[in-house]
Design a binder for this molecule. Sequence first.
Ligand code: SF4
Ligand SMILES: [Zn+2]
Ligand SMILES: [Zn+2]
Length: 309
Amino acid sequence: MNCIHCSEKAVIELQHGALCKNHFLSHFEDRVFTTINRYKMLGPDDLICVATSGGKDSLTVLYLTQKYIKKHKYKNAAVFALAVDEGIENYREKTLQDLTKFCTEHNVPLTIVKSKDTFNKTLDETYQTITEKKNKKPCHVCGVWRRYLLNKTAKEMGATKIVTGHNLDDEAQAIMMNIFKANTSLAGRLGPVSGIKENEHFTSRVKPLYLCPEKEVRLYALLKGFQVHFAECPYSKEGYRHHIQEMLNNFEEQYKGTKQGIVRSFLAILPLLKEAQKEEKIINTCTLCGEATSKEICNACAMKEELMT
Ligand code: SF4
Ligand SMILES: [Zn+2]
Ligand SMILES: [Zn+2]
């Protein structure tokens, strides 16, 4: 199979035809840059915190954020990488090694914060309590703590934007998870740009890979030679998301375009959901840590307290 634009051998077949390595790379970058422009994700004076883990999505988004800033000659903008070490043995240390190497090679300042410093225990150390005593899933705790630390640290470092590596598959999964759990209040966290702009406690989060399917991100990272372990977190199969992911992958195999359809339908109703949420949400500050919350105690602190007992 040859590329539809030149006679080179194709590396991927997309809906509109097959592409060779070079044409795929520029097709992918064009889509990311168009997404950044369409949703006004980055500006010339932004201090951009890229939330990274060392996985393929985060290295790709970090690389392309830097490329976008250079391409647009945003002299006042700056990029730094921020990672959370949850304390997951045989996994996180590998991805953080990849990340550290990448940041050194690409000249990006990197900050790593450890969950244990704030929540007293690593995820591994608290695993038994989470699953056996509290009957919860590790991903649930991990997600709440990671979001908390990213938001708090990015704000402390003066970031005006948080870039995340969420891709189209992640978003389709999150949309379905929220629908299946009737979790409509989470709508504010979804979409290409999230966070409440008017609130000083929230730094706007943007997702430049929003419209990129996971398999394309994987191919991009491979073709660019990014050193990624492609390691999987040992807890990932325990999460609700994993089941949704399998379901959507099976569905996509039989009915091409399913994930795109989910995200496009969601985008059509997102303005209405955000509007409804703005009216509902009263922002307080957590009585324990001072971070933003709609309750008296934020989710991260509540979880910390619960897991100590
Ligand atoms: S798979 Fe779950 S436990 Fe592992 S890093 Fe992701 S959210 Fe955390
Ligand atoms: Zn080509
Ligand atoms: Zn708190």
